[in-house]
Design a protein around this ligand. Sequence first.
Ligand code: CU
Length: 403
Amino acid sequence: MYFFLVLRLLAVVVCVIAAWFLARGMFLLRKRSDHAVRKLIDAGVALLAAGGIAYALSGTSYPLRFAMPPDMQAMTMDARPASLPLLSALDFVMHSGSFERVADIGRNPGDVPPPTNRTEPTTVQISIVAKEVIAEVAPGISFNYWTYDGTVPGPMERVRVGDIVDLTLTNDPTSLHPHTIDLHAVTGPGGGASLTNVKPGESKSFRWLAKNPGLYVYHCATSNVSTHNSHGQYGLILVEPEGGLPPVDKEFYLTQGELYTLGGIGKTGLVAFDSQGLVDGNPTYVTFNGKIDATPRLKANVGDRVRIYVGNGGVNLISSFHVIGEIFDTVYPEGAMGDGSAAMHNVQTTAVLPGGSSIVEFTADVPGKYLVVDHALARMNKGAWAVLEVDGANQPNVFSAIR
Ligand SMILES: [Cu+2]
């Protein structure tokens, strides 16, 4: 925010100079009315106008009429459109050196917290840091991600039904925007967003009861919400049912999300946010865990029982989640579990709604590489794929070539 401080100081200096010009001009005008005096007064008026505009622009709440695109309107509750103010872009340029450059924005799919293995509820502490960083979507293509804990998605959290959760959200001092957290596992206004509105450098905490088991999305709910989400601010929290989930050999954490950037697919360099693309629902990139990477990020062995916690940070597309060459023998549709929630069996593709989740399970029977996709397959062109690698001996009784 130094840019705005400097701008405000300059505005004050310009206004003082303008006032002096005007006072001097008016004083001289009483004695004479020649060209030089009129020029002095005109200069005073012009400087006063410039100083006034600069002062207005230097407010910490960005004047949306100077946003980009300039004519974007919104029917949001506060009428704030998805566009980013031009001054926000200037602020970003002024501070681009202070952003952390994250080498790998994509959270490791294997980064799943272990089962709670508890038979009784307890009080759980969770701390998350909202942080704006710069990282690569794909080699050579960088984006200003807004994150939780510096990755996309943010950390997966795991509690047990009945737990009391004390959650602290901190906004990193290098952030330029306020942030919040709305957890779909929370019962209460804004899912916690009403209690966690943090400016850069601030922390806020709130306590909530994990009443319902299930796999829930969390995300930023600061206006314009879709703008914050589509910069990467989302993650999953699992509220285990009583008794937990059946044990498996490998658990993975994948979230689908969309990035909206100017210049189209493949434009290299630091690409800018495309608010019109966001509103139109036409993402430039669709990713699993925030980036596009041919390296197998999910690894299992033949015979492993595999569970994938799938989320959709959105903000626009329904994911048709599918693993090419596997059948989900068990699916917890929409991440639902607990009394009365029926799992499905032998499923090829499962819907993962924006702001929703699913849990899929299968046994890795045959070695090889498997593509994890959104089966709206045109989205593969936008990056909607990841690679699962299964190591082990061939299983000709299940899959083999005929010679
Ligand atoms: Cu945010």
